[in-house]
Design a protein around this ligand. Sequence first.
Ligand code: ATP
Ligand code: MG
Length: 195
Amino acid sequence: MSEQQPPDEPAPPSRPKAQKQKPGLVLINTGDGKGKTTAALGTAIRHAGYGRKVLIIQFIKGTWHYGELESLARIPEITLVRAGAGFYKILDDKFPEEVHRQAAAEGLALARSSVASGEYSLVVLDEIIYAIDEKLLSLEQVLELLTQRRPEVSVILTGRHAPQALIDQADTVTEMKEIKHPFRDGILALKGIDY
Ligand code: ATP
Ligand code: MG
């Protein structure tokens, strides 16, 4: 099947006309507003629509249930691996720090081998930035992982507080900005919307 490009759209004013194409990109979804993970999942679905393989590694929240676990399981191109022992230091955290650290290290090792192998053309590292923030992984380890990336593999990293050194290595960086969130009014997370 030949792939059709979308029709040329007029370039927005003051932006240079795009002329080059990279085979793969590094994207970061950061910021304090909602939408970092769900935007990454949306891109995974878009990617799989072309028959391309996607690996999603979920750091930190490995024992929690999310609706996407069920729906992604129905998409054969997408593999989801949970590299976490549940939310770190929150609510039901019943694991010692070492267990979280080990889970993060295993996730990192898998991420490293998958960006280098090219088996998947999109690798989503969900909440990996949170893992850096919580010092379960070091910034250097994540930067080193990006140096292992084959150019044709795209990588999406999500989590609040993306460090500048990581932003410097990315092609696309989006900050989700909270304008409103019902959590502020004491409204609990809603099934199917928040998890
Ligand atoms: P989502 O998974 O909905 O795309 P996210 O990845 O941007 O959210 P995280 O920081 O990973 O956000 O937090 C995950 C959970 O926290 C989700 O249930 C989300 O709805 C909720 N959340 C996100 N932003 C906020 C916020 N500003 N205040 C309170 N809860 C939030
Ligand atoms: Mg998230």
